[in-house]
Design a protein around this ligand. Structure first.
Ligand code: C2E
Ligand code: MG
Ligand code: MG
Length: 754
């Protein structure tokens, strides 16, 4: 021990002597120190590598090398305790020589027992007394991360016994950092720190091929942010980037595992969920993610709200190869967006057909205007007190040559996505002005303006030109704008409002109550009218509904701000009575009139005005969804075809089989591998009420689905090729085993009353 200490002190003294400019005297101690490195005192064959020149020169060179920071030396005794260490290491570790000498060599490192890929750990090497080269080790520093590449060689004493290690180290921190950065670049998305597309696709591929062998399920969620582009366009790219980072953090929180989430690019994210096939679980999770991502964000002091849509596909049901699974998740995402955004959707085989239909529709829509397939229908807007028509809302109609009339609810979103809304909107505007100017009296015309049109700085010019060409007074034109234009408050929105007001047109806030319910913009935006959305009025007549109170509040607000109100979609007399009692000034809905053609309008308005007597059902009909869908019901190895009359999460009403006793079990086959075990709890002639063994779950599309499906692995085990679930009924798909037992019950076609 004294020997080690001495050697160390000596080295230190020697080096500091040199530092102060004095020449070091190669005293006895120094001699011994030098011997450690150069002599053959330990019978090491070092003669051949002895340097030329004086030992002092060697020491100086050694010191020079050590102080250059390019490397350091170390040695240990047979027990692995330090007996020499270069000064720079001590400085780095913030230790005095006395703290280090005699301490285990291992204590210089953090996590020396953790090995990198394909490497043995340092403790293992030291016990094995084997030589090692360039072992990457992290210095036991407290603050910054320092890495060394350490090499060592065992040495022996005169008797040939193992006496310790000697070796050297170099700093590789910078090298490591850049290598790490490089691998990070190849692995991670630099903006969010999530996995990148490249890494994610590798991960999915390896997962799927492993899972195929292990017969495990794996779900993929594709997430696309709704309205992100608007944030990016209005607040700028740095704000968009900041928003994406916050989205990534929320996703990590929702999923719990950063390494399963990736940003594919832009505003698209992907999540891999291993061993999850239950659509109940997946749906709930998707719902939670959508809710989390839809909370307001604060970016650079601006508040913004975005939403998210999610498409889900599950292997092996919806595909086994990663490209199939991704394509199908993508189709589901597309359907989710098409279904109104802010929702999730599971892949199902009919989506493929739907996507194709939509593509064709988009193509047809491109020529619809030039082929004269578009026309405008006009729905009366009626003064609720006098029943007098005060104006009309122009609603686009498309007469498709093969498919007949197509709803704007279907083609307007396509037009928006395909960048066709500009020309369609412009046409609607011109046409509405041109026709309205010929109407008798002073009735107004309202035209819908989509947020895309609103974002176009040329809009005021387009409106001015439509007014000038037709000669319609600006005060007779009303523009209907949805809350969508307020998602990002910006100077552009304000100046657009100003420009429109300057023209002298009226502005109406459309679909109020469906959007983002920030009342703030009502104060600043110069609206003349608020249109209360149909969905809002719908429930208002039901007992216990608070919608009535809210409508009253909206009316009070509108009156205070000197705005009119229109209740949309009023169908029944009780709804009309309600909105009248709440002092809603105008009403639009089937209770007065459906949208009519310009010809009909002109006929009705011959006298210059039109008073309509409201008519319709006394009370609002309930929207109960009753379905008439054919499904399979399997009992005792026989498959019956039945009509599904009603479906809820816990049961169904089927029709088509007679004389079924209570307690009979059926397996209902809903198609696409969805089987539900059920029991008859009610039976009347050809109808049976069934209760499911396992509740159905939300399918993300306003319908229900089973949480589990027949596994393609199971089908493969029965000799079928491992493929996606075929469309249609599982039990009747060709090539599959079809229940072939004799029927236990009579069916509608063969039943004869006794
Ligand atoms: P919107 O602006 O809210 O128009 C009102 C919709 O409610 C119309 O549907 C109308 O036919 C329907 N409606 C009216 N009264 C009733 C009722 O009593 N019960 C029910 N169930 N519905 C009623 P439509 O014509 O299918 O239009 C749907 C949406 O398409 C419109 O909603 C509007 O957002 C959009 N749209 C229509 N024409 C245009 C257009 O020229 N440009 C733009 N950008 N969008 C348009
Ligand atoms: Mg409208
Ligand atoms: Mg509306």
């Amino acid at each position: 021990m004294t020997d080690q200490k001495e050697a160390f002190d000596m080295a230190a003294r020697y080096l500091s002597d040199k530092e102060s400019g004095e020449s070091a005297s190669p005293a006895g101690g120094t001699r011994r120190f030098l011997d450690r490195w150069t002599s053959n005192k330990n019978n090491e064959p070092v003669e051949s590598t002895l340097p030329i020149g004086s030992p002092k020169e060697a020491v100086l060179l050694l010191r020079n090398f050590e102080s250059s920071g390019r490397g350091w030396f170390w040695s240990t005794d047979a027990n692995g305790n330090i007996n020499y260490l270069s000064m720079p290491v001590l400085t780095l570790l913030n230790m005095a020589p006395a703290d280090v000498l005699g301490q285990p060599f291992l204590s210089l490192f953090h996590g020396a027992s953790e090995h990198e890929e394909n490497q043995r750990t340092l403790p293992f090497i030291l016990t094995k007394q084997s030589r090692f080269d360039d072992l990457p080790l992290q210095a036991a520093t407290d603050d910054e991360e320092v890495w060394w590449s350490v090499s060592g060689k065992p040495y022996r004493d005169g008797a040939g016994n193992f006496a310790g290690f000697r070796g050297s180290g170099t700093d590789i921190t910078k090298l490591r950092r850049s290598a790490k950065d490089n691998s990070k670049l190849a692995t991670y998305d630099s903006l969010t720190g999530l996995l990148n597309r490249f890494r994610m696709s590798k991960l999915l591929e390896t997962t799927l091929s492993a899972f195929k062998l292990q017969k495990r399920a794996c779900a993929v969620m594709l997430i696309d942010l709704d309205r992100f582009k608007q944030v990016n366009d209005t607040l700028g790219h740095p704000a968009g980037d900041a928003l994406l980072k916050q989205v990534a953090e929320r996703l990590v929180k929702a999923v719990g595992d950063r390494e399963k989430i990736s940003r594919l690019g832009g505003d698209e994210f992907q999540i891999i969920l291993q061993d999850v096939e239950d659509r109940g679980v997946l749906g709930e999770m998707a719902d939670r993610i959508i809710r989390m991502l839809s909370h307001p964000y604060s970016v650079d002091g601006s508040r913004c709200i975005i939403g998210a849509s999610i498409g889900i596909a599950v292997s092996p049901f919806d595909g086994q190869a990663s490209e199939d699974l991704i394509r199908n998740a993508d189709l589901a995402l597309y359907a989710a967006k098409g279904g109104g955004r802010g929702r999730f959707r599971f892949y199902s085989s009919d989506l493929l057909q739907a996507a194709e239909d939509r593509r064709i529709l988009e193509e047809d829509l491109r020529d619809a205007l030039s082929k004269g397939q578009m026309w405008l229908a006009y729905q009366p807007v009626v003064d609720s007190a006098s029943n007098m028509v005060t104006g009309f809302e122009a609603l686009l109609r498309w007469n498709h040559p093969e498919r007949g009339p197509i709803s704007p609810a279907l083609f307007i979103p396509i037009a928006e996505e395909a960048n066709l809304i500009g020309s369609l909107g412009e046409w609607a505007l011109e046409k509405a002005c041109e026709e309205a100017v010929k109407w008798p009296g002073k009735m107004k015309v309202a035209v819908n303006v989509s947020p895309n049109q609103f974002a176009n700085t040329a809009l005021p010019k387009i409106i001015e030109s439509a007014l000038a060409t037709s000669g319609l007074a600006p005060s007779r034109l009303e523009l209907e704008i949805t809350e969508g234009v307020f998602l990002q408050e910006s100077a552009d929105t304000d100046s657009m409002f100003k420009a429109l007001k300057k023209i002298g047109v009226r502005l109406a806030l459309d679909d109020f109550g469906t959007g983002y319910s920030s009342l703030g913009y009502l104060k600043t935006a110069p609206f003349d009218k608020i249109k209360i959305d149909q969905s809002f009025v719908k429930g208002a007549t039901e007992p216990g509904s608070r919608n009535g109170a809210i409508i009253a509040a909206i009316v009070a607000l509108a009156e205070a701000l000197d705005m009119e109100t229109t209740a949309e979609g009023i169908e029944s007399l009780d709804q009309l009575a309600l909105v009248r009692s709440l002092r809603v000034s105008h009403v639009q809905g089937y209770v007065y009139s459906q949208p009519v053609s310009n010809e009909v309008l002109l006929e009705r308005c011959i006298a210059g005005d039109w008073t309509i007597e409201p008519s319709g059902p006394a009370v609002q009909r309930s929207d109960r969804l009753s379905m008439y869908r054919k499904i399979g019901a399997i009992h005792d190895n026989h498959r019956y075809e039945v009509v599904l009359r009603n479906l809820s999460v816990s049961g169904a009403l089927i029709e088509g089989i007679y004389n079924v006793p209570l307690g009979t079990n059926f397996v209902l086959d809903f198609g696409d591998g969805q089987l539900a075990v059920s029991t008859v709890v009610r039976t009347m002639e050809s109808q049976q009420g069934l209760v499911f063994e396992e509740r159905l779950v939300n399918d993300g599309n306003g319908g229900l689905c089973t949480n589990r499906r027949i596994s393609p692995y199971m089908m493969a085990a029965a000799g079928m090729p491992l493929a996606c679930l075929p469309p249609g009924y599982y039990m009747t798909t060709e090539g599959e085993q079809r229940p072939s037992g004799l029927p236990a019950f009579s069916t509608v076609s063969d039943w004869k009353p006794s």
